[in-house]
Design a protein around this ligand. Structure first.
Ligand SMILES: Cc1cc2nc3c(=O)[nH]c(=O)nc-3n(C[C@H](O)[C@H](O)[C@H](O)COP(=O)(O)O)c2cc1C
Length: 160
């Protein structure tokens, strides 16, 4: 069932993001494609994190200004960054990845086509994941092709 469900879900093409946070003096980051917009007024977004993720506490705590995270939407040339943020120690993940820091201290990946700095609004528990709803407190974007993920492959978007 799980395997078949994952196969079916893999047909839903998404963008690719790296979500990051700064917790107890350390940067945390992971590749994420569950990112989505929820509401425009107020500006709310969400993504979901596996409950067993080693960085679960870093993303769900409310210590730094009530908690929060940064979402960096990767550009088409950042496939290696996407892979780097799926495994290894947190120090390994950030190794050789230039970042810029928001006032909230959350790092954003340089060269990302868009970014959203979010304050943690709500944690909704849902099966083996938690849904992290965030309020967008700052954001930016620039021209460029986004990285796309579909059927377990990275690619780029080609207009018809
Ligand atoms: C394209 C892609 C998208 C991913 N999206 C998510 C996601 O939305 N939520 C999640 O918990 N893990 C996601 N992962 C897996 C995490 O990146 C990976 O499990 C995590 O970085 C492992 O580190 P951790 O044990 O510190 O959590 C994704 C992986 C890939 C390759």
């Amino acid at each position: 069932m799980t395997r078949l469900l994952r196969d079916a879900m893999s047909h839903f093409a998404t963008g690719v993001t790296v979500v990051t946070t700064h917790f107890e003096g350390q940067d945390f980051g992971m590749t994420c494609n569950s990112f989505s917009t929820v509401s425009l007024e107020p500006a709310l977004v969400l993504w979901s994190i596996r409950k067993e993720s080693l960085s679960h506490l870093a993303f769900t705590n409310r210590t730094n200004n009530g908690g929060g995270y940064m979402v960096s939407v990767l550009a088409s040339h950042q496939q290696a960054v996407a892979m780097q943020f799926t495994h290894g120690t947190q120090a390994d993940r950030f190794h050789n990845v230039p970042v810029e820091r928001s006032p909230s201290q959350n790092p954003r990946v340089s060269g990302a086509v868009a970014w959203f700095d979010c304050q943690l609004e709500q944690v909704v528990t849902a099966g083996d994941h938690d849904i992290l709803i965030g309020r967008v407190v700052d954001f930016g974007s620039h021209e460029g092709e986004s990285l796309v993920y579909s059927q377990r492959h990275f690619g780029t978007f080609k207009p018809l």
